[in-house]
Design a protein around this ligand. Structure first.
Ligand code: AMP
Length: 410
């Protein structure tokens, strides 16, 4: 199928050509016609499938058809997404696809001063991309009125609930007109997400581009079993031997991410870290350096990595095994985007072996164990020193977990 077969307007086809998209991805083939036909959509799709374009393109087309050429833009579409990075990413995509139309758009998110965002809103926009907190804040100040919305998108719904945004989402839903089109996307469909979707969708078209919680087929997945104290040495071995010049490395904690970035720098790698304690402009700068290839490696925590979208990203490394199997699926979805081949490498210590089992159960496949491993896992007990260090790390993680939870609830 070609984009032309989806009855897209010339202004959009031209923008897609400029972006060098050759043909629609499977989710785009399915979802674009549903949205153009004004249906509600329940989409189960991982990142990397092209889902942003799948909803952004038809929204732009519908707005251009109805509102194009009018004087003052009226807010017609709200796209709610959990993180700032993702919000910026979506807005960037909208900017590219709407380049040759009259559609105006803006993005708002917390952690930065509101002045610039308010200025943009005052000029008038058709599409607003927002994170929940800043949206509610600007609504309460009278800068945004949702009563004119026709199309509402809830993106990454599962992550939204994981991050504790359910009450904010409920508040926002109350402010939207009853009569509207709703598009609901989630990478996974656990029970609470299904329930929420039932509440807000009317007779939706269901679209699933790969089964829930399965791993993108394009990604090769490897695992090294090692001991905790050897993890970083093993990481160096992997980075040096596999000729990796562009790799995203996950670390569970902010502290761990910083420590790892320092360690890699010391060993001659160009690297940056992004996590929740970094200022927004620092995060954007690090992402930019990574995207442009000025640094080889980006160390990220899960929340900060959400929304990272680099087409050529081939390698993802998990220095820690996430204790929630679904987080693993999110992490490795960063590689192999839009049909490109990706490679995910995970490093497990004995305490994490059980998490690996959970992951294999969820994705219904075994990760390939790498035999060429200079630091294989032994069952030797930790030394007193290692144990002390490990206990300290555990305390740190616990503190960070509760601090994060508190922050998210705020
Ligand atoms: P997403 O799943 O929306 O995060 O998109 C993943 C990546 O695929 C982004 O970098 C998009 O720019 C890219 N992409 C989306 N649609 C297409 C397409 N039809 N052809 C090539 N790349 C695409």
């Amino acid at each position: 199928m070609q984009f032309e077969d989806l009855h897209l307007m010339p202004e959009i086809l031209k923008a897609l050509k400029l972006r060098k998209y050759e043909k629609p991805t499977p989710i785009q083939e399915k979802v674009i016609p549903f949205i153009l036909d004004k249906n509600d959509v329940l989409g189960c799709a991982q990142t990397g499938t092209g889902k942003t374009a799948a909803f952004a393109i038809p929204i732009i087309q519908r707005i251009q058809k109805i509102e194009g050429g009018h004087d003052k833009p009226v807010l017609r579409s709200l796209i709610l997404t959990p993180t700032r990075e993702l919000a910026i990413q979506i807005d960037d995509n909208i900017k590219a696809y709407s380049k040759f139309t009259d559609v105006k758009h803006a993005v708002i998110f917390g952690g930065v001063k509101q002045h610039e965002q308010v200025r943009k809103l005052k000029q008038g926009i058709h599409i607003l991309v927002a994170t929940p907190g800043r949206l509610l804040d600007l609504i309460s100040q009278g800068y945004i009125d949702l009563s004119t919305i026709k199309i509402f998108v809830l993106d990454e719904a599962d992550r939204m609930l994981d991050m504790g945004f359910i009450n904010d989402v409920k508040k926002i839903l109350k402010l939207l007109p009853q009569e509207r089109q709703t598009l609901f996307f989630s990478a996974t469909m656990p029970e609470d997400i299904r329930k929420l979707s039932k509440k807000i969708l009317v007779d939706p078209k269901r679209v699933e581009v790969s089964p829930p919680s399965s791993t993108a087929e394009a990604i090769e997945q490897y695992i090294y079993y090692t001991n905790k104290p050897d993890k970083k040495k093993l990481l160096l071995h992997i980075l040096k031997n596999k000729d990796m010049d562009h790799v995203l490395i996950f670390s569970r904690t902010k502290h761990g991410a910083d420590k790892l970035a320092r360690f890699l720098k010391k060993n001659g790698f160009k690297v940056a870290a992004i996590h929740g304690d970094k200022a927004q402009n620092q995060r954007q700068k690090a992402l930019q350096l990574f995207k442009s290839g000025d640094i080889q490696a980006l160390v990220a925590t899960d929340i900060a990595a959400r929304g990272i979208d680099i087409i050529q990203l081939k390698y993802v490394i998990n220095l820690d095994i996430p204790n929630e199997a679904e987080t693993y699926v999110h992490r490795i979805g960063r590689s192999g985007r839009a049909g490109k081949a990706g490679i995910a490498i995970s490093i497990s210590d004995p305490e994490e072996n059980a998490y690996v089992k959970d992951i294999e159960k969820l994705i219904k496949q075994k990760l390939s164990t790498v035999k060429d491993n200079p630091f294989p896992q032994t069952d030797k007990p930790m030394t007193a020193e290692e144990k002390k260090e490990w206990n300290k790390e555990k305390q740190r993680r616990k503190k960070e977990f509760f601090a994060n939870r508190k922050k998210q609830r705020r």
